[in-house]
Design a protein around this ligand. Structure first.
Ligand SMILES: Cc1cc2nc3c(=O)[nH]c(=O)nc-3n(C[C@H](O)[C@H](O)[C@H](O)COP(=O)(O)O)c2cc1C
Ligand SMILES: [Mn+2]
Length: 509
């Protein structure tokens, strides 16, 4: 393995615009020391996933570009651990300063999410994705290196780090979702959508009209479209406009050759095809983001692939689903979900919210929400807990909703554990909600017939409001002394930088 060297100056973004496509972003993360090129031959059969899982046990691991895949004549590379547990790679994808703290990234993301930009059409002959165009029986996706991730997966998955376009026949809105896609044959790809997902609703709407559903899928795609495809928005929302807003420039689309849908002009690998309600094939299981295999194999619709567009020497994006920190749904998801919950709490008009964080180790941020508040009145904490537990962005799956005081940083799990251990008294401070919104993928609901209902614990890890005045005083460094030590940090030859402390004692000198 060769490690790319880190330059002396760190990559600076303009704080306005993210990179134009996957390759521009890879240049940025490589300059930042966040990309490792692997030149040694690697087998796509489990070996690539195993190497990714093992490297990504370190939260600071780089993205992995596998440049030499065994038995591959197509010249394709595979990028894994693309975003993973990295705040820096997320920041560089959306054009933010990679040195921002997690809390600052959440605030900046909230700001960015207010902006939308509609996509633009570019001529198809200049679109990089059209360097190679293959149609009909000439297409053979089995010639591409396609990973088989976990030993008990049902097959090879060409679509994990993908984006999938479908259209609502009524409104014309194009949806962008990320749905897993198992490779069945040269021109046949499975398309698994869970109930309620927009790709599934669009599919069924076409079938109800007696028509096949057109789809466009990119298997090598820029990080922001991938991130947005995996978030939930309203069914009438086009994620295309959200992608443009988040990156700061419109997504470039171009005409395809086999369907009426546009295709992403700067993607690496794109297919066009149709899905018929009568063509099903056995699909699954796949090792999931929960760290378990999901539902057993079942018959699922198949994409009949009609056109393949590729760059020369394309880069396929492969998203490993695993327990943290090796899951592709990691840092970016924590930031985006936390921002969305904070937005919801603001919409309720609840005062005093200082910060929100959904730690990615909690089943890809789905399992736990921590909110810090400045307590202002009796019952304030209970109000925040109930709202965070049931607001639209926060209610699915989440099992643990924890409120902490303003001197505890939710993004610092050590401080959260300290608050739970010193400010919560389990007999008084835990409320339960039962039969809540959850998922069939939650392994703890047993027997499986009990799913998809879930339950939630609301934990008050704030100082008890009734006893705020008598609550023991926390040991904190005196503010004036802290400032003196911070000023003399280099002179005292102390290591690194002075830390940002979330609480200081303002006792008189
Ligand atoms: C790597 C990855 C794989 C996913 N696989 C599926 C899948 O197979 N089926 C599904 O319904 N959702 C899957 N999701 C979740 C969806 O992308 C997510 O629910 C998103 O909101 C779907 O878009 P939609 O809300 O427009 O339907 C996956 C997410 C990621 C990141
Ligand atoms: Mn959608």
């Amino acid at each position: 393995m060769t490690k790319t060297s880190k330059p002396s100056s760190t990559y600076a973004t303009d704080n306005q615009r993210g990179p134009r496509d996957l390759r521009e972003w890879m240049g940025a993360i490589e300059s930042d020391g966040g990309l490792l090129r692997i030149a040694a031959p690697v087998d796509v059969q489990e070996e690539l996933a195993a190497a990714t899982y093992m490297v990504a046990q370190d939260e600071n691991s780089p993205a992995l570009l596998f440049e030499n895949l065994e038995n591959d004549a197509s010249g394709t590379s595979i990028l894994s651990n693309m975003l993973g547990a990295s705040n820096r790679r997320y920041a560089l994808a959306v054009g933010l300063d990679p040195d921002l703290s997690t809390r600052e990234l959440i605030l900046a993301t909230r700001d960015r999410s207010k902006r939308t930009l509609a996509p633009v059409d570019v001529p198809s002959d200049t679109a990089p994705v059209n360097e190679i165009v293959i149609t009909g029986d000439e297409i053979d996706l089995t010639q591409l290196p396609v990973p088989h991730f976990w030993p008990r997966d049902g097959g090879k998955y060409i679509g994990t780090g993908d984006i999938t376009f479908t259209q609502d026949p009524e409104s014309g809105r194009i949806n962008v979702g990320c749905y897993r896609q198992m490779l069945h044959g040269p021109r046949r790809v499975g398309m698994y959508c869970s109930p309620g997902k927009h790709g599934l609703l669009d599919r069924e709407a076409w079938w109800a009209r007696g028509k096949d559903c057109e789809v466009v899928v990119a298997y090598g795609i820029d990080p922001v479209p991938f991130m947005v495809a995996a978030q939930s928005y309203g069914s009438d929302v086009s994620e295309l406009d959200i992608i443009g807003g988040l990156v700061g420039s419109p997504m470039e689309l171009t005409d395809g050759v086999a369907t009426s849908l546009p295709i992403p002009a700067r993607a690496e690998i794109v297919i066009e095809g149709t899905v018929s309600k009568d063509d099903l094939a056995m699909e699954g299981p796949l090792g999931e983001f929960t760290g378990y295999y999901g539902r057993p194999e079942s018959p699922q619709p198949v994409i009949d692939v009609k056109a393949l567009h590729m760059r020369k020497q394309p880069i396929m994006t492969a998203a490993l689903m695993a327990d943290y920190p090796a899951c592709e749904i990691g840092a970016y998801y924590a930031v985006m979900r936390s921002a969305a919950i904070w937005d919801d709490l603001d919409r309720f008009g609840i005062p005093g919210v200082q910060s929100v964080y959904c730690h990615p180790a909690a089943a890809s941020s789905w399992g736990m929400t921590v909110v810090s508040i400045k307590q202002q009145y009796a019952g304030h904490t209970a109000q925040v807990l109930s709202a965070a537990a049931q607001c639209p962005a926060g209610s699915y799956f989440t099992k643990w909703i924890i409120a902490v005081d303003e001197d505890v940083d939710p993004t610092d799990i050590n401080q959260v554990l300290w608050a739970l251990s010193t400010r919560a008294n389990p007999a008084d401070d835990i409320d339960l909600q039962r039969r809540t919104w959850s998922t069939g993928l939650d392994p703890s609901q047993f027997p499986p017939e009990d799913r998809p209902y879930g339950s939630k614990a609301l934990i008050d890890a704030c100082k008890p409001h009734k006893h705020l005045a008598e609550f023991p005083v926390r040991t904190m460094v005196r503010k004036s002394v802290h400032d003196r030590v911070a000023d003399r940090w280099e002179e005292m030859k102390l290591p690194g930088q002075p830390p940002l402390l979330s609480a200081l004692d303002d006792i008189e000198d």
